[in-house]
Design a protein around this ligand. Structure first.
Ligand code: PLP
Length: 400
């Protein structure tokens, strides 16, 4: 497997602003002038280096951010979008037409699940949900109508690890695109090195890291990214999930600290996971030696960025989970909030929030208990303090 350091790759991307500014200038324009009508007409036919047409298509700061994201994922090209769902829906609608099928892991973000299950049938696209941990199920589900296999590298919320190399063997054998959502593990996993064709992020999470905006991106071959922006047939061009340039500029700045943040999120999560395990709790964290995916993640991950900052514990019942979360917020462990990748710890109960779109019996089948509490561990300087506070809450509620 290729040895790759995404942080150096991003760091080595040198961009000067218009006036030599250390941060590239923000393009505060929806449209761009041309010196001749001919160049304008030509730019509708093909990309002209250094020439911009209209901000829904491309603008300079979105291009700078996209180039940096391509470096993060070691992709030929990338494109930013106004949300993670904007990225997912654009990729799906670019690849699939009426009558086509998608084979998807069943353990995925609830919004993606709802889009696949409830929305895509309106366009005649069918999604077969399988347990991606069993590649033989993927093989069985593929037909000649299958155009895409979809999975999350670290699944939301159970933190299962997808065996991307194994799944990619199946996708390649059938000439199907393998699309991987890498939202939970930027820098930790580089799916394109493992056989994925397209990588998606909700940049709302770790990549931006300050929970102040919603954004997404798509990283892939230049050919695929160009197809998305085609003025006649491109999904991002025609559906229009364009990222605002002010946001693109702020995300680009945050991207440069991602490696430090991922490392610290991972260290803090590892400490808590180990302490929770010592307390006898049921812990889901793929960085634990006892976790069923530990060996696989070690095979797949890049060195030096840990095992991600997401962890979950099962406290048995929804009542326990609710009391614990309320009390942890009062004790300043973090916030009772959905989302992840923020500098403070966030926690929620997926069965009743971010995975509530998945029917109860499906949740049970995938092992999502109603007492599951998902944590996005923050950047606390002293994580032992958070642990002591959580332990105190657990004792008072009677979980310990
Ligand atoms: N993918 C994953 C794994 C997510 O957790 C989310 C949102 O929580 C999304 C995609 C959707 O991203 P956004 O909220 O930026 O549209």
């Amino acid at each position: 497997m290729k040895k790759f350091d995404p942080s150096t790759s991003i760091h080595d991307y040198l961009v000067f602003g218009e006036f030599g500014d250390v941060n590239p200038s923000i393009t505060d324009s929806s449209t761009f002038t041309f010196l001749s009508p001919k160049t304008m007409a030509d730019s509708f036919q093909h990309e002209i280096e250094g020439c911009f047409l209209y901000s829904r298509h491309w603008n300079p700061i979105n291009k700078f951010l996209s180039n940096a994201l391509a470096r993060l994922e070691d992709a030929e090209a990338a494109q930013v979008t106004s949300s993670g769902m904007g990225a997912i829906s654009s990729v799906v609608l670019q690849i699939c037409s009426s009558g086509d099928e998608i084979v998807s892991d069943r353990t995925i973000y609830g919004g993606t699940y709802a889009f696949f299950k409830n929305f895509l049938p309106k366009f005649g696209i069918t999604v077969k949900f399988v347990d991606m941990k069993k590649p033989e199920m993927v093989e069985l589900a593929v037909t000649e109508k299958t155009k895409m296999i979809y999975a999350e590298s670290v699944s939301n919320p159970l933190l299962d690890i997808t065996d991307i190399p194994r799944i990619s063997k199946i996708s390649k054998a059938h000439n199907i695109k393998l699309v991987v959502d890498n939202t939970f593990s930027p820098m930790v996993i580089t799916p394109l090195h493992l056989g994925a064709d397209i990588v998606i992020h909700s940049m709302t999470k770790y990549i931006n890291g300050s929970s102040d905006c919603v954004a997404g991106c798509i990283c892939s071959s230049k050919e695929f990214i160009d197809s998305l922006t085609d003025v006649n047939s491109g999904a991002t061009m025609l559906l229009g999930p364009v990222l605002d340039s002010l946001r693109a500029a702020s995300i680009l700045k945050n991207l440069h600290t991602l490696h430090i943040r991922m490392k610290k999120h991972g260290e803090n999560a590892m400490y808590l996971a180990e302490e929770f395990e010592k307390l006898g709790l049921k812990v889901f964290y793929p960085g634990l030696k006892t976790n069923k995916h530990y060996a696989l993640l070690n095979e797949l991950r890049n060195d030096g960025f840990g095992y991600s900052g997401m962890l979950a514990i099962d406290v048995g019942t929804y009542e326990n989970a609710s009391s614990l979360m309320e009390m942890m917020q009062k004790e300043n462990v973090g916030y009772l909030a959905v989302s992840l990748g923020y500098f403070k710890t966030l926690f929620s109960c997926p069965g009743h929030s971010t995975s509530s779109e998945i029917p109860e019996e499906e949740q049970k089948a995938m092992g999502l208990s109603e007492g599951l509490v998902r944590f996005s561990i923050g950047l606390d300087g002293d994580i032992t303090l958070a642990f002591e506070r959580i332990r105190k809450c657990m004792k008072e509620i009677g979980i310990l």
